[in-house]
Design a protein around this ligand. Structure first.
Ligand code: NAD
Length: 484
């Protein structure tokens, strides 16, 4: 194994594990690169106890002082940029270019955390003669973050810089499929001067997550993953009276109108469906082609044929995921859809044991097919044909999900019409991956997110803090104000 067996990190120490281990594969070549412990509830207990002990002194520091850690952390992300990108690519399978882009977003997240002292100022007002009211934000205590495989560096950085800068202490449970990046993040946080116990890593699967959802000393949980798991976590943790924000899966629709710029649309749709091998919650998954857009579809197919597995297309996370994706393609074909570009059975020379699916474009998909409704999470685009824009919007609106929706057109009026009527939290106009940049927040609608607010940006301030309101009167004269 290239890497030693991974450890939990509790109170800065590389902690114990309890016997259950899972192999960690590199999707690039199918090799076992490490092993990850599947922790039980007692490891969660230890991590929570460490975070609880670290909380009072961490929360006591002024916000500006806590933010200093993230100036240093940001610098370390930059200093180790190439090494972090290589690790992401190795454990997740994405291309090195995509992994670099991921680290860049993590840097932006750390930058946002350093701006919290500017954004998180309290309020004060004289509410009656001699009486003032002030409000200020306080941390919640011990909080948890549960993350998926597809952005092993970025998604932890969606939550930890803001939650910790705002004064909380944290337990992070990364995906057991991509556990290495999180431990490297923990090392960099320690190097940046974060006190022991403020950030703890518990590795594991369902059992560790259940223990986190049930732990009485955890105040809030943020999770990112599939909708199936988002529902489980949201229900279980909120039944235990925790604050919960659970981001789920997606089925993103791109509506393409006949007046769209052909070249830009073809290349943007191809990039959206194939980036990170389609394993992005913002990836184009369904293209709703309105009217006569055949020349755009032809160009799109040409573009996708330039995207080659192992070269400019990364790997799929696991053998099982590859089989699942290919199963969706085969089922759509059997139901009468037409495969325009077929990525099944992709092999990469020298990496025959890697998990690859080539770009796949499927035309004449109908709304009743599974591939039109479910998240495929691979480099696969289902094209649904409609004759009117309203039919296209109806298809988008009928999706159970609601992460992103985009429209490609040269008409401002039609673009606004789609933006107004699409049932999704993040809308793109002539953009294939409409991720809002900081300080705007990230979060979908419908079954793509459970809970209030969004996970990043200004919205996260509300999630990771609670408000204290203090009303003060020093004026002893009676009847000069209405406060008793
Ligand atoms: P997943 O749901 O399988 O796992 C997410 C996390 O939950 C992992 O840490 C995992 O260990 C844990 N988990 C798995 N099964 C569990 C169970 N039964 N009970 C409790 N915890 C469990 O997701 P994944 O495959 O790692 O990631 C891909 C999914 O994440 C896709 O659906 C993708 O759309 C979604 N995602 C969403 C967003 C978003 O912003 N909405 C961002 C990234 C990924």
């Amino acid at each position: 194994m290239k890497y030693a067996t991974i450890s939990n990190i509790v109170k800065g120490e590389y902690g114990r594990s309890n016997g259950r281990f899972l192999d960690v594969f590199s999707p690039l070549n199918g090799e076992v690169i490490s092993q990850v412990p599947l922790s039980s509830a007692d490891v969660v207990d230890e991590a929570v106890a460490a975070a609880k002990q670290a909380f009072p002194s961490w929360a006591d520091l002024p916000l500006k002082e806590r933010a200093q850690i993230f100036y240093r952390y940001r610098h370390l992300l930059e200093k180790h940029f190439e090494e972090l990108a290589a690790l992401i690519s190795e454990e997740n399978g994405k291309t090195i270019g995509e992994a670099r882009a991921e680290v860049s977003v993590s840097i932006e997240m750390a930058e946002f955390a350093t701006s919290l002292p500017q954004l998180c100022v309290g309020e004060i007002e004289i509410v009656s003669r001699g009486v003032e009211c002030r409000s200020e934000r306080h941390p919640l205590g011990v909080v948890a973050s549960i993350t998926p495989f597809n952005f092993p560096n970025m998604v932890p950085n969606w939550t930890l810089p803001n939650a910790i800068t705002l004064g909380n202490t944290m337990i992070l449970k990364p995906s057991e499929q991509t556990p290495l990046s999180t431990n490297r993040i923990a090392e960099l946080l320690a190097e940046a001067g974060l006190p022991e116990g403020v950030f703890n890593v518990v590795h594991g699967d369902r059992k560790a997550v259940e223990a986190i959802c049930d732990h009485r000393d955890i105040q809030a949980i943020s999770s990112v993953g599939s909708t199936r798991v988002a529902k489980i976590i949201y229900k279980r943790a909120s039944a235990n009276l925790k604050r919960v924000l659970s981001l789920g899966g997606a089925k993103n629709h791109l509506i393409v109108l006949p007046d769209a710029n052909e070249d830009m649309t073809a290349s943007d749709v191809a990039a959206s469906m194939t980036g990170c091998a389609g394993q992005r919650c913002m990836a184009a998954s369904a293209m709703v082609a309105v009217g006569k857009v055949d020349s755009i579809i032809d160009k799109l197919c040409e573009e996708t044929k330039k995207i080659i597995p192992g070269k400019n297309l990364g790997a799929i996370i696991s053998k099982q995921a590859k089989e699942r994706i290919e199963g969706y393609i085969t089922e759509a074909e059997e139901q009468g859809a037409k495969i325009l570009v077929d990525g099944r059975g992709a092999r990469v020379k020298g990496k025959e044991n890697g998990y690859y699916v080539g770009p796949t474009v499927i035309d004449f998909v109908t709304p009743d097919m599974k591939i039109a409704q479910e998240e495929v999470f691979g480099p696969v685009l289902a094209i649904l044909r409609t004759s009117t824009l309203d039919e296209a919007i109806e298809i988008e609106n009928n999706s159970a999900y609601g992460n992103a929706a985009s429209v490609f057109t040269q008409s401002g009026g039609l673009a606004n019409y789609v933006a107004e009527h699409a049932s999704a939290g993040m809308i793109g106009v002539n953009i294939g991956v409409p991720v809002p940049r900081e300080p705007f927040s990230f979060g979908g609608w419908n079954e793509s997110k459970f809970g209030t607010g969004d996970i990043t940006g200004k919205s996260s301030i509300e999630f990771w803090t609670k408000l204290k309101k203090t009303t003060t009167k020093w004026n002893p004269e009676a009847r000069t104000n209405w406060m008793s």
